[in-house]
Design a protein around this ligand. Sequence first.
Ligand code: PXP
Length: 252
Amino acid sequence: MTASVSTKLLRLGVNIDHVATLRNARGGRSPDPVRAALLAQAAGADGITLHLREDRRHIRDADLPAVQAAVDIPINLELAATEEMGRIALAHRPQAVCIVPERREERTTEGGLEVAGDAARLTDFIAPLRAAGSRVSLFVAPDEDQIEAAARVGAQVVELHTGAYCEHIEAGDNAARDAELRRLFVGAALADELGLEVHAGHGLNYDNVGPIAAIPELVELNIGHFLIGEAVLTGLEHAIGEMRRLMDLARE
Ligand code: PXP
């Protein structure tokens, strides 16, 4: 934890899933994830992340090619290692694919992927994605066995799950926070040593991102829910002002 801050560029992948969640709440086209992706790109995002879930509760199939066609920055498609998702990834060949565990009933991606216990299946799932030109990442807890297994099954990247670290902060448990942060530092160093590129994400916000961004081996953070929620709040004043202006204009 005393490692000096790396001078490596730390990329920001913006996850736009929850723009689609808002859109889907009304069933129409607004707010449009493509517009969100373009705004993210204009604001300096280094990539756009989308999670196509089995139940399609946020991003839907048509969103992927629409966002791909609209932006110039790399697309990172998060998916479960199922036959259906493999077919979709191979059809659209995003620059990056991040394999995540997925349970239908969970509200978000709750834990890391079980790589060590599912190595043969993941090896077979990853090979064609790599052959199609996607850079393959596995979303794992900062656990030595899982990181070593990620290297063995052919992943090029691991994304370390920061959810537990964020939850310990929410709970005010400083000892657990520090222990988890140490695991993230050690895990990132191990992954780097094994030749894996190291990313991280889940639950990050303005208050908790600092210590994570300081992990020297990290080259990318993927952040979604907080950014979209914050954008709603910081954008509300502008949106209300514009509505007020249009209403007043109609009465002139
Ligand atoms: N990285 C991965 C692999 C994820 O599954 C998610 C959530 O979809 C994120 C990053 C972003 O997490 P959050 O929305 O909490 O910022």
